[in-house]
Design a protein around this ligand. Structure first.
Ligand code: GLN
Length: 517
């Protein structure tokens, strides 16, 4: 179907009304019969088609969406349906979806079509959600900018104030901004209204950093809260599923559906899942909020300092008590993470051998076939991680690197335990050291430059704690900036209550225009 530009804009204007809703607004609209699930799905399908420039989706599944929406409409007509009935979502391509191609954005998975559904997505469909398609991410979730995907980079729908972003203007490099990573497809799609919410995963910051770069909300729950079963593994002791949404409330509703005990994941924890939405609006009076001095890094931009101070002021005004704390092992977190994560990745990625999944390159013998397949299938960053991981696990280096990193990890965890034992309810920090940067701007000459982006987020994974990123201000170029709240194990409710205070004070951060459509 080809439409004239005017007709396309007419159609969009009509449809966008539904796509700009938050997930919970859309839920309430469906229940009030203000529109149907089919209309909601169609509006999103049109928005996705019109935003292909952003490269957020690596696979669109409109037929599935329309079928699920029709089923939802039948349920809603009878006053039935689950917590997410008829609500269109995007799914990070790290989640296995039965019968739908899943690649982790790596050539090595090629056209892999799982015969099984990840536990988390299974729970979303159980609750009535609608799948719009699979979202782009850094290859095997390794990255902070979505530039390592085999499907190419994703574009952030935000742009620097005053920059000329007309389609067809200057080249991609430096003009367009990264959406963060690894869940860059998720953050870009949510910010651009290409789904009501998205699934994401976080090993060292991949939910919180992309949320911070796009003015969206992202929560990494406590390790063990969501099942990892059926999600492509990166570093199993750090990986957690979680949502990216347009509001704190939306994330609360999503997380409830995504959480719960799963006997198929031995690290999944059997603790009842609260109704997180009930925590929204809960008083934070009397809560102790820790401000860690180690997060005040050298050279921190003044606008991040100000953002942090604004957060402190808002929480104080809501009745919380602010206390200065110290997490002395913070400075070792990033180096230790970049030993532990590649070590586990090198082991997890051994399974891609040309026999079991996706790509196979012919070779003289089996060893040659393995080598050729892995050489052709993995991208540069993934190869770098495999080499680092193999090195730190090898005889002679294991004690010097891997064991030492694990010891550091224990100390990082203990820093947090001591603070929480002293009565602190949550910790407030910036989410990232800067706003979104330009595509091609970081990491090409020195990968460490890119790794430094995770400085505020990796500690949380090392300690297995819940962390949320909430947009809270803008930098001098008009780009969104976020605060991070870190909580006690399994106390996501406190994070939602505190984040709501920030969201109420700072407002939400909808994109100013649909310049790509
Ligand atoms: N940016 C970090 C890394 O590259 C974290 C990625 C993630 O959380 N999946 O390892």
């Amino acid at each position: 179907m080809t439409l004239s530009t005017a007709a396309r804009h007419d159609r969009l204007n009509h449809m966008t009304d539904l796509t700009i809703l938050t997930l919970t607004e859309a839920r309430d609209g469906l229940r009030a019969k203000a529109f149907s699930a089919t209309e909601l799905a169609k509006a999103h399908i049109a928005a996705v088609e019109d935003a292909r420039l952003l490269n957020a989706y690596v696979l669109e599944t409109p037929e599935i969406a329309l079928k699920q929406a029709a089923a939802s409409d039948a349920k809603l007509a009878k006053g039935e349906g689950g917590a997410l009935e008829g609500l269109p979502l995007g799914i990070k391509d790290l989640y296995c979806t039965a019968g739908t191609r899943t690649t982790a954005c790596s050539n090595i998975l090629g056209n892999f079509v799982p015969t099984y559904e990840s536990t988390v997505t299974g729970q979303l469909w159980r609750d009535g959600a609608v799948m719009l398609g699979k979202l782009n991410n850094d290859e095997f979730a390794m990255g902070s900018s979505n530039e390592t995907s085999c499907f190419g980079n994703v574009i952030n729908p935000w742009r620097r104030e005053g920059s000329n972003m007309d389609v067809g203007s200057a080249g991609i490099e430096g003009t367009y901004l990264v959406p963060g990573g690894s869940s860059g497809g998720s953050s870009s799609a949510v910010a651009a209204n290409l789904c009501l919410a998205a699934t994401a995963t976080d090993t060292g910051g991949s939910i919180r950093q992309p949320a911070a770069f796009t003015g969206t909300v992202g929560i990494k729950p406590t390790y063990g809260r969501c099942s990892r079963w059926g999600i492509v593994a990166f570093a199993s002791s750090l990986d957690q599923a979680g949502p990216i949404g347009k509001s704190v409330r939306d994330c609360a509703v999503m997380l409830r559906s995504m959480s719960g005990h799963d006997p198929k994941d031995t690290t999944s924890v059997d603790i009842a899942v609260p109704d997180y939405e009930k925590a929204i609006g809960r008083s934070v009076r009397g809560m102790k909020i820790g401000i860690p001095k180690e997060y005040r890094i050298v050279g921190m931009p003044a606008e991040i300092e100000k953002l942090w101070q604004d957060g402190i002021n808002w929480l104080k005004a809501a009745g919380a008590e602010i206390v200065n704390i110290s997490l002395p092992h913070t400075k070792y977190a990033l180096p230790a993470y970049y030993i532990v994560a590649p070590a586990e990745a090198s082991s997890n990625l051994a399974r891609y051998d040309g026999v079991r999944y996706g790509l196979r390159e012919q070779g003289r013998d089996i060893a040659d076939m393995y080598e050729k397949t892995r050489a052709a299938g993995f991208g540069r960053e993934v190869k770098r991680r495999i080499m680092i991981g193999t090195y730190v696990l090898s005889a002679g280096y294991y004690d010097a690197y891997y064991l030492r990193a694990q010891k550091v990890r224990t100390l990082i965890k203990k820093d947090f335990e001591d603070i929480f034992a002293a009565g602190v309810h949550a910790i407030l920090t910036p989410a990232t050291p800067s706003a979104a940067f330009g595509i091609g701007e970081k990491g090409s000459a020195d990968p460490v430059e890119m790794y430094l982006n995770d400085i505020f987020t990796v500690t949380v994974n090392m300690a297995g704690l819940p962390g949320i990123a909430v947009p809270a201000g803008r930098d001098r170029q008009g780009l969104p900036l976020a605060l991070q709240l870190i909580g006690r194990p399994f106390d996501e409710e406190t994070l939602f209550a505190l984040s709501e205070v920030i969201e109420q004070a700072a407002g939400r951060f909808p994109i100013p225009s649909r310049w790509w459509a």
